[in-house]
Design a protein around this ligand. Structure first.
Ligand code: KIV
Length: 273
């Protein structure tokens, strides 16, 4: 008698990212921060996982991603890597962690990679190109991120769509190419007009992964809590929620509370020793 288990999907490699681009295939990425959620993602068709610095907001309640630290990303990466051994994991380099010195940058990269990531992501091109080259030459794949770069929220004057005016669109196009030439294997485009994201995607040889960047990017990324509808207040235009997570979880909690108070849970026959 044989036991048929569904075949585990092999984790992607940077060559698979390139393959998606070359073959015109889409790819999906979802953020994750903990073991339990990672175990679910590991059993899903989602291609890869981002241990994003957005974890500082959705997991730790910080108002921006400036609250993320290397320690925080390392702890989340350790948990996610245990839960999702079959997925390609990208770890975010948090605010300022790659702007102090080469040694401190590589120390942060080393810690995130040793925690179980297969690549790191950093935001922006200006002042980062040598850093990207150095990390890539150290054997670590780098994902770029331009457009709305949340670590620069104060420099950008708020969480705003980027690239609506021609000068900014031209700069974003230039930065996309600079990051690709510096060695990035993929590029996140966050909150840019769909036509600009399309132009950038078509002109690049590396895949783009959009969030609030329209349908023409190679892939799409969403934050776990956002796609599962875990927040009642965060509802940007680009977001589609695929579950009413907030209501479902609240209702389950209320069901538990109700049964405890009505003494229907635990049931003497079913739940007791
Ligand atoms: O930290 C994060 O969640 C991100 C995505 C929005 C791309 O950087």
């Amino acid at each position: 008698m044989s036991i048929h288990k569904p075949a585990k999907t092999r984790a992607m490699t940077i060559h698979d990212f390139h393959g998606r681009k070359v073959n015109g295939l889409k790819l999906s990425m979802v953020t994750c921060y903990d073991y339990c959620s990672a175990s679910i993602l590991n059993e899903s068709q989602v291609d890869c996982i981002l241990v994003g610095d957005s974890g500082s907001m959705v997991m730790h309640g910080c108002p921006t991603t400036l609250g993320a630290t290397v320690d925080m990303i390392v702890q989340h990466t350790l948990a996610v890597a245990k839960g999702a051994p079959d997925k390609f994991i990208v770890g975010d380099l948090p605010f300022c962690s790659y702007r102090k010195s080469r040694a401190r940058t590589i120390e942060a990269v080393e810690r995130i990679m040793r925690a179980g990531a297969q690549a790191v992501k950093l935001e922006g091109a200006a002042g980062n190109l040598k850093t990207v080259r150095h990390i890539v030459e150290s054997g670590v794949p780098v994902m770029g991120h331009i457009g709305l770069t949340p670590q620069s929220v104060h420099g950008l004057g708020g969480f705003k769509v980027q690239g609506r005016v021609p000068e900014v669109a031209t700069r974003l196009m230039r930065e996309a190419h600079e990051l690709a030439e510096a060695g990035c294997f993929a590029l996140v485009l966050e909150c840019v007009p769909a036509d600009l994201a399309q132009e950038i995607t078509v002109s690049l040889s590396i895949p783009t992964i959009g969030i609030g960047a329209g349908p023409h990017t190679t892939g799409q990324v969403l934050v776990w809590h956002d796609l599962l509808g875990m927040s009642q207040s965060f509802k940007p235009k680009f977001l589609k929620t695929f579950l009413n997570g907030f209501e479902l979880v609240r209702d389950a909690l209320n069901a538990f509370d109700g049964e405890v108070k009505q003494t229907t849970y635990p049931d003497l026959k079913e739940h007791c020793y």
